[in-house]
Design a protein around this ligand. Structure first.
Ligand SMILES: Nc1nc2c(ncn2[C@@H]2O[C@H](COP(=O)(O)OP(=O)(O)OP(=O)(O)O)[C@@H](O)[C@H]2O)c(=O)[nH]1
Ligand SMILES: [Mg+2]
Length: 476
């Protein structure tokens, strides 16, 4: 499942906003993007680290840092959790937003999926509102090519007003150009004038009331227009973050309070409450994204997309999704159990032969019986059992599971089972951690971090023990 020491150990602990700068010349670049677009793959390729990558969203949940040297300058890359927006509706969104706003980054790279650029542009536009020092990396170009999707990166760059680089990080393509663009962006004296999504006139009027007041208060430490939008959205987490990272209490300032009340009253007059304001803002971003994608993305082969949709229907429909899943899991378990028998028996024979020789050695040395009992019949024998029973099924189960993950089948399992899990007040993603539990409960429990809600995560952790890991069902 790709759970490595770096992805689960102390190195994975939330580095927060603390950046390990070795020199003032170091440039800090945040890697943002939607879930599962290849941010960690770009990060790993450039830093030679091993962040967890895999074909399902939500693997990276905390910031990770690594270094890359380009043209003699050191860049600190920060791999952010995947998010669809920066409006801080989830823990990942808050982590990503806080870093972009307060992490002191010199710029951002927004990694996008070339096969569904339109959806990814939403985050690009939100990032541009926070920092114009952005490079867009259109990743997964190989996938897009095989699906007959063409992205006009030059036109995209012209429309967005920032550099756009095509890449296939999985194949190490385009990363040199990406770092060139990042270096140019970091070296530029002036930030570029980027595309700015427009909102309906009522929202623009409210923003115009708030923006100048905030600009005076924030003194360039955070973009006033974006902060005004978040204040109108009554985002309490931003106020907390402002206090925590910039020590600014906006609500203490009477001028800000008055401007906010007036702007809110104006919106109310136009019939926009908090809920409809949020919908209007999101709709404007989605519309702008769709317009830009319409001008830059060409679909050459509709049949490839149709084939994908047909496959998706088979794998996720109510009638066929569950039988296909049961068949696939049955095949995985059969291969694991039947396939593990032979290496298990060989390992047991070998390790117990060594145990007999150790017993001979202890007898030859006339060691006391209690020492032989403790070391050979205790420590060694237990270790030999654990290795011979658990290692072979794990060595078969996890690669098979990784294969299903790489084909993108696991998120579909979560989708198919979500309804049933919801009935038990749990989350569909728990299906993935339970499947991992069949391989190893410890890995399954660690994997529960992909579940957003703390309550659902706790349920998944507590119930994972009821999944018999293969050490419990594999014959010796
Ligand atoms: N074909 C292809 N696959 C890629 C490419 N880049 C990444 N991948 C695959 O895409 C999947 C997701 O990659 P990750 O790097 O884990 O994505 P991420 O954006 O870090 O995901 P989260 O941390 O969950 O947000 C993995 O299976 C990668 O191997 C690429 O250029 N081409
Ligand atoms: Mg990641």
């Amino acid at each position: 499942m790709g759970l490595t020491h770096t992805s689960t150990g102390a190195g994975a602990a939330d580095a927060g906003l603390i950046i390990d700068r070795r020199s003032p010349e170091d440039r800090v670049i945040a890697l943002a993007g939607n879930p599962n677009v290849g941010k960690s793959t770009v990060f790993n390729a450039l830093t030679n680290l091993r962040q967890h990558t895999g074909n399902w969203p939500g693997k990276t949940v905390t910031n990770a840092q690594g270094r890359h040297t380009h043209r003699g300058r050191d860049y600190i890359l920060v791999d952010l959790p995947g998010t669809y927006s920066l409006m801080a509706h989830s823990a990942e969104e808050e982590v990503a937003r806080d870093f972009l706003c307060f992490g002191g980054a010199d710029g951002a790279v927004v990694v996008c999926d070339a096969t569904c650029l339109e959806r990814n542009l939403n985050l690009v536009l939100q990032t541009l509102e926070i920092t114009p020092r952005t490079v867009v990396c259109v990743n997964l170009m190989d996938e897009a090519r095989s699906k007959g999707i063409e992205v006009d990166t030059a036109e995209l760059s012209r429309l967005l007003g920032v550099p756009v680089v095509a890449a296939a990080a999985g194949r190490n393509e385009g990363l040199g150009q990406l770092m060139e663009a990042v270096a140019d962006m970091a070296a530029a004296e002036e930030a570029p004038h980027t595309f700015r999504p427009g909102y309906p006139s009522a929202v623009e009027r409210a923003l115009a009331r708030l923006e100048p007041v905030l600009a005076r208060r924030l003194e360039g430490r955070l973009p006033a227009r974006w902060t005004a939008l978040r204040l109108l959205d009554q985002d309490p987490s931003l106020l907390c973050a402002l206090e925590k990272f910039l020590e600014i209490d906006l609500m203490e300032d009477p001028e800000v309070r008055v401007a906010l009340l007036e702007a809110q009253a104006g919106l109310k007059e136009e019939g926009l409450d908090q809920e409809s304001l949020r919908e209007t803002v999101v709709a404007s971003l989605v519309r702008a994204g769709a317009e830009i994608a319409g001008e830059t993305v060409t679909f050459h082969r509709e049949d490839a997309a149709r084939r994908d949709r047909q496959l998706d229907r088979i794998l996720t429909s109510r009638a066929t999704g569950i039988p296909v899943m049961l068949c696939l899991l049955a095949v995985v378990f059969w291969i694991t159990i039947a396939g593990a028998n032979v290496p298990s028996a060989l390992l047991a024979d070998g390790l117990f032969w060594v145990q007999d020789r150790l017993t001979d050695l202890f007898a030859y040395l006339q060691a006391p019986e209690w020492l032989h009992g403790a070391l050979v019949l205790g420590v060694y024998r237990v270790l030999a059992w654990v290795i011979s029973v658990m290692l072979p099924p794990m060595a078969i189960f996890f690669p098979l599971f990784t294969l299903l993950e790489d084909f993108g089948y696991l998120p579909r399992v979560a989708f198919v089972l979500d309804h049933a899990f919801q009935k038990a007040r749990a989350c569909g993603k728990q299906a993935l951690t339970m499947c991992m539990g069949f391989g190893c409960n410890a890995a399954g429990i660690v994997g529960c971090r992909i579940i957003d809600s703390p309550r659902e995560r706790l349920i998944a952790i507590l119930t994972n023990n009821f999944v018999p890991c293969n050490g419990r069902f594999a014959p010796p």
